[in-house]
Design a protein around this ligand. Structure first.
Ligand code: FES
Length: 582
């Protein structure tokens, strides 16, 4: 489903023509080196050169099919009269990369921007899907400014074990609690391990991967509805080829990302995030992408959307029972966006050349229990809420829909940990002095303290409470949590404790108060006492003394600003122009 626009770019105006067209020694060098690979002028002369940025790796199972999909994209590019070139880019494998992929999101964004700027390419297909690959590729692509399409990896098939559906992440947590409580055997545990990830593709709950690809779709950066297609489905192959065909036309049409990413498309992304019961990670990434696109979009905008957008995707972890495969069969993101109607700005343009309104006009919904109508939502509001107070003056986030409602208004004594190992040791202590009303607090886990805001925010419950049958309690941290997680977890506390944010002043036994309806989070400690603690606070030593981590420590912003590097913001300075070719 695409619509061609007038072709405004002539072959001699192609960016790649600077490398290939001139009758000089440098261009001789470029042409002869292309010919070294067996190509002839008919392959490239006067044709858009399309980069296919591939984040494949043997250590990223979510992108295991990308080696084949590159060939499908190439087929489409060739069909449309372009010249496809595969360009590998760093992968961010959520499963294996430590301490956290978030530490490297901005590095991949920089790699994308600089690779595109430095090479003779006219347009790009960005291939990602595993969590941070989506925002990283989009951030880099936005800054590079070439016509681009995002090709989402697609969710893996539903997990399966012993007649039960298994959801990525969520069921890992759930069965782990049962194992800690001594309720399942080694053999059962192995069955869960073998059944939870059965095919290539990204996590198939509405975790960070599904949320971020849905956001890319809602922003108009994927072919319409592409984000919902399961990775092993033949439709995914056809979609990949169509990406190749369409991006060639986008080059001729001069359809650069600034025509797609506007205040309207960013807001649409926020609405869809709320309607899908998004991962909390979406907050940080959406803020960062908006800033790259020079769109003014804040935590308060997201909170306002959370109050007015019903959660209508009945997909775990916020929804019940269903997974991304069910969501696709039910009508996918196009069906969901049709149900959202005028909550979206339907005039926003998509890479297809169609407006969002044209794209969703006839989108069917086949199962209205999976994709609900606005008057029969899973939750009337509450995908995300932004809290503020003396514990988080610059904001913190929580997923009200994914936590036990008894914690929506709650007061309890804090149990404070300064590091993950300290917390882990304590929660495994059967004699820990803890009650279900306690508030677990983990600090030094933010952008600088983690470093990289690791997904430690869904702290495991103390074994003592698990054995008593408890499955949720209030937890607060400056960390993130996996999008597949759930529970009463207050996250992204800003400013973080590592830089002296108020969380650093909290002590075990202090009473913490949360009031979700009024969006407040407080420590009930008087100001004189807090001032004394502030004066006594000592800044921890730097995490890194050299290399990329050292640079990260000097330039990353706090969570409420999206954790981008200050020097990558569009307003930081003049953008490098086209490279000199001498
Ligand atoms: Fe790649 Fe979850 S591990 S998306």
């Amino acid at each position: 489903m695409t619509k061609p626009h007038p072709k405004t770019i002539k072959p001699e105006d192609l960016r790649s023509a600077r490398w290939f067209a001139p009758d000089d020694l440098r261009s001789f060098g470029h042409r002869s080196r292309i010919m070294q690979m067996g190509y002839a002028p008919i392959d490239w002369a006067g044709k858009p050169v399309i980069a296919i940025m591939n984040t494949w790796s043997d250590l990223n199972p979510c992108h295991a099919h990308f080696k084949q999909r590159v060939e499908d994209v190439k087929r489409g590019v060739l069909q449309a009269g372009g010249f496809p070139v595969e360009m590998p880019a760093m992968t961010l494998s959520e499963s294996f990369m430590k301490p956290t992929t978030m530490l490297y999101r901005n590095l991949l964004a920089m790699e994308v921007e600089e690779q595109l700027r430095a090479h003779p390419v006219d347009g790009v297909v960005l291939m990602g899907g595993c969590d941070k690959t989506t925002p990283a590729l989009i951030m880099g692509g936005l800054s590079a400014g070439l016509p681009m399409i995002y090709l989402p990896a697609g969710p893996m098939l539903r997990g399966h074990y012993a007649g039960q559906k298994l959801g990525s992440g969520s069921d890992g947590w759930k069965y782990w609690d049962e194992r800690r409580a001594g309720n399942i055997s080694d053999r059962q545990w192995l069955g869960v391990e073998a059944g939870i990830a059965r095919s290539h593709g990204h996590c198939m709950t509405m975790g960070t991967a599904s949320t971020m690809t849905a956001i890319a779709d809602a922003m108009g950066l994927t072919l319409p509805g592409a984000s919902s297609i399961p990775a092993p489905d033949a439709n995914h192959i056809r979609m990949a080829a169509e990406c190749g065909r369409r991006v060639v036309d986008m080059v001729w049409e001069g359809m650069t990302p600034d025509r797609i990413i506007t205040a309207a498309s960013i807001r649409n992304a926020g609405v869809v995030a709320m309607a899908t019961g998004c991962s909390t990670n979406a907050v940080v990434h959406l803020l960062a992408m908006a800033r790259r696109a020079q769109v003014d979009f804040t935590l308060d905008d997201l909170d306002a959307l959370g109050r007015t957008t019903p959660l209508i995707a009945n997909v775990r972890p916020s929804g019940k029972d269903y997974l991304m495969e069910d969501f696709y069969y039910a009508g996918g993101l196009l069906g969901l966006m049709r149900n959202l109607g005028d909550k979206l700005d339907l005039g926003a343009l998509t890479v297809s050349g169609l407006t969002l309104g044209e794209v969703v006009a006839d989108a069917p919904v086949y199962n209205d229990d999976v994709i609900r109508s606005l008057d029969n939502p899973v939750y009337r509001e509450g995908s995300l809420a932004v809290l503020r107070g003396n514990l988080a003056p610059d904001g913190a986030v929580i997923k009200p829909a994914a936590c036990d409602p008894r914690f929506h208004i709650h007061q309890g004594p804090a149990l404070v940990f300064d590091s993950y190992p300290e917390m882990k040791k304590a929660i495994d202590d059967p004699d820990l002095d803890v009650t279900p009303d306690h508030v677990l607090v983990l600090r030094n886990a933010g952008p600088l303290g983690g470093p990289g805001m690791p997904e430690w925010g869904m702290m495991p419950l103390p074994i003592k409470l698990v054995k008593q049958g408890h499955r949720d309690m209030l937890r607060i941290s400056d960390a993130r949590m996996s999008g597949t997680s759930y529970g009463a977890c207050v996250l992204h506390v800003s400013p973080e404790s590592y830089v002296g944010g108020p969380l650093a002043l909290l002590r075990t036994g202090d009473i913490v108060s949360i009031d979700l309806p009024n969006r407040r989070i407080e420590m009930l400690v008087d100001e004189a006492e807090l001032a004394a603690r502030r004066a006594a606070w000592v800044k921890p030593p730097e995490r890194f003394e050299r290399g990329y981590g050292w640079m990260f420590g000097r330039h990353v912003s706090q969570a409420d600003k999206g954790c981008d590097f200050d020097y990558l913001a569009p307003g930081f300075g003049r953008t490098a122009g086209e490279p000199d070719i001498f």
